[in-house]
Ligand binder design. Structure first.
Ligand code: ZN
Ligand code: ZN
Length: 151
């Protein structure tokens, strides 16, 4: 879908969503702002060029847990990975690339394989989670031993 702005350009076209006026994360429709999925100095220009934009409500955008927020790292990275996915699948669908080549093409333009980065991040979180569980297990055993000693 093309949301043309007043100047008639296609600045507001997105390949990630059909509706830039709805928050991409929570579905809110109030105070929705435009977010460039790939950002930073160069990233922003690329996001505009390749239409990698979404709508985000103020909270999901600039809130503490929003993509630009202090605790928004995972959300931000997920969005980047989804931008990459949208770009890659569209390119293949349009016959501009093949599944074998498309990732390399993305990396050449955007510099980072965000899908892999996101997967690695999730793996890391899972590892931490397992470690935490194990820690609990160890603690439980220590407590059991103590109970035993008390008896
Ligand atoms: Zn939201
Ligand atoms: Zn933003």
């Amino acid at each position: 879908m093309v949301n043309r702005n007043k100047k008639g350009g296609d600045y507001l076209r997105s390949i990630m969503t059909d509706n830039l006026k709805v928050c991409y994360y929570c579905g809110a429709t109030e105070g929705v702002e435009l977010h460039h999925a790939i950002h930073g100095k160069i990233g922003r220009k690329l996001a505009i060029q390749y239409h990698l934009t979404v709508g985000l409500c103020e909270n999901c955008h600039r809130g503490k847990y929003g993509v630009h927020g202090k605790y928004g790292y995972e959300k931000d990275l997920k969005l980047k990975a989804e931008a990459q996915e949208a770009w890659e699948s569209r390119r293949i669908r349009k016959g501009k690339s093949t599944p074998e080549n498309v990732k390399q093409e993305w990396v050449e333009i955007f510099g980072v394989d965000y899908i892999k980065e996101f997967e690695d991040y999730i793996q890391e979180c899972k590892r931490d989670f397992i470690t935490e569980e194990k820690e609990e297990e160890i603690l439980r055993e220590i407590y059991k031993e103590k109970e035993y000693e008390n008896i």
